[in-house]
Design a protein around this ligand. Sequence first.
Ligand code: ADP
Length: 534
Amino acid sequence: MSSSRPPPAEPAQVSDPRRRVDEGVSRSQRSRAALRGESRLLQLVLSSMAEGVIVVDQNGRFPIWNPAAERIVGIGPLEIPFGTWPEVYGFYLPDQATHCPVDRLPLVRAMRGESVDQAEFFVCHAARPEGIWLSVSASPLRDDAGAPQGGVVVLRDITRYKRAAEALIQSEERIRGIIELAQDAFIEINAESIVTIWNSRAEAIFGWTRQEAIGRKLSETILPSRYKTAHEAGLQHLLRTGEGTFLNRRIELTARHRDGHELPVEISIGSPTSQKGFVTFHAFVRDISDEKRAGEALEQQQRELERSNRELEQFAYAASHDLQEPLRAVSGYCQLLRRRYHGQLDPRAEEYIDEAVSGASRMQALIEGLLVYSRVGRHGNPLVATDAEAAFDRAVENLQAAIAEGNAVVTHGPLPTVTADATQLTQLFQNLIGNAIKYRGERPPRVHVAVERREFEWLFSVRDNGIGIAAQYQERIFAIFQRLHTRSEYPGTGIGLAICQRIVERHGGRIWVESEPGRGSTFFFSLPVAAGGS
Ligand code: ADP
């Protein structure tokens, strides 16, 4: 230090001894004053520094221990043997558990003539119970002849920076943990399409281990070679313009496994992130092979079902159509028999003929119903804008005889225009209103047709005050030939509601009933609202 150096020698020149003495006295006075000034300045500098400065001499005493050093370490200079320094000053290695060995203390190393550059230590003792992190630099002090005179250390409190770095490491570890737990492959690539992150799911899905995948290009790992050019052009375009139509949405692609086989994947790529000039892209990738297979199997089943339905319809149509002809002959001849031999046969023969006639006409009714049923899908008209009120009016007109005979009152609320096959809509109203009149109780039938607009559909209801239906039959009645009564109680074939269901389903709607025995029934059916429908 300059204060300890001898003042520079003056050139020899003057000869008067008294003058020499006077000059000598005033020079030493001046140099003492200069020294005091320099020492004050040094004190000022040391006490205003944010860094802690500690100077140690060869005897382990501390000629300098500035206020910042005391503030940071929490302890001032103590006259204790340096073998006890690590414990007394609570000096630990960065593992925060091992006391720093004495010979590794920066001050001791400086005394040995070594330098230390920004070594990190942890300090923890009674005055610093939470512990602090120090960055310590140390240099040896030597006299002009180069002999060791002790050392100086500079301390910086880096606790805040260390804690922030620890928090960052922890959060990175957490994120890494989450990425590892993800059910999807997580892949990060850089601007050159080189893989930088590859999680365990990516290993499982694509067969490349993390070590193998990281550092390779996507085109060397999972990108089928036919997409390489498009992928690289897309990446360059995105880097140039910031535009990428494939960002932030799910896209289905084909990827390649390490063994060469290809698999369908769903991939969502996030917007690129840029850190310190390095751009990275992240993607979650899901293997959708199973879903694809299941979807294809479902489609296959659907096609199969449609085919067998078509065949069944064709069969029902052909059978009922072709059966009509011979049946008409049977029924005709039976009636002829009855007319021609009326009164000539014994009563039992006449009874048999009557049974045959009614059996034949019943069979005719069944076959006709079957024919209508099989025609719903095959011979339907296109679904067009149809006035539901006009369809309702036609149904009521067709039911005039039943209405009059049953003394029924049929009313309706405002009915909309819907997208439908008008003939089938009439048939639907006719079957439901017809049943509402037929299955009446003691009271004269009251039937009301209404509609309610829902978000995506029209919900029609046909309410009656008839006999009602017990809960356990409310699904079964829509199956073909299912009836709840004998013919002597209520005539019918058990086909009417099956036809209703087919019509509604053909229109993309649903049909069901809500009812309680003795309290009437309400049949509901929905028709989808066409886009822009009124
Ligand atoms: P059908 O009327 O020819 O028997 P449907 O298929 O039209 O055939 O009806 C099936 C069964 O559902 C009927 O036998 C009857 O028991 C019951 N049903 C239908 N509509 C009503 C109604 N409005 N009230 C009570 N029961 C009904």
